[in-house]
Design a protein around this ligand. Sequence first.
Ligand code: SAM
Length: 211
Amino acid sequence: MPATDDLDTQKRAYATWAKFYDRIYQRLLARPQREAVDAACACGPDILEIGVGTGLTLPYFTPDSRVFGADLSFDMLKVAHRKVAEQKLAHVRGLMVMDACRLGFGPERFDAVTAQFVITLVPDPEQALAEMDRVLKPGGEIIISSRLIDDGGLLAPFWTGLAPLMRRIGWSTDFKVSRLTGWGAATGRYETVHVGRGYFKVVRLRKLASA
Ligand SMILES: C[S@@+](CC[C@H](N)C(=O)[O-])C[C@H]1O[C@@H](n2cnc3c(N)ncnc32)[C@H](O)[C@@H]1O
């Protein structure tokens, strides 16, 4: 999973990844992906999935949901489009090329916004979060799954030390949960309702109904 500040480099990398992404990640990511999708569906039918990629998560949404997927990579989206057609995923209402930091949707459009295995790749995660916030209805949730580390975790220094090396081969190992929960708290509009455990974590931030 390439972590780079250059969006064009990111697009080129995912043009290659698109060919074999599912074979490598389908089973590996299924647990957190399903958990995130279940939480999103519980929020309401209108859901935006940012960094939808090849659409691995799309079959997990309930038939009554109305899902839009956005991704930087046209090549990843091509695989997602094929999946939607082959599996007749009628709940998928649109898949579009879009940067997480500049979403082409109006304010308060969605009941939930999910971002799975993408936030650590975005050069400005806080800007992406601000965009998720803009398009999310009050009472809705931002649901993020990724490789995230706990601040106080015993292995945190190890993962932080390893980060520069791992970044060279395109992996992010040092993105902290507190970067997400801290952002939510700083807005004054979000409460953290869930922080998962394990190597891949799901974090859920709920926008206050009165926000
Ligand atoms: C590791 S893949 C995850 C795909 C999918 N969410 C999943 O869980 O299988 C990361 C995806 O995020 C996309 N991506 C990276 N940076 C992005 C950005 N700034 N805006 C939108 N999508 C982005 C990549 O093109 C790629 O499809």
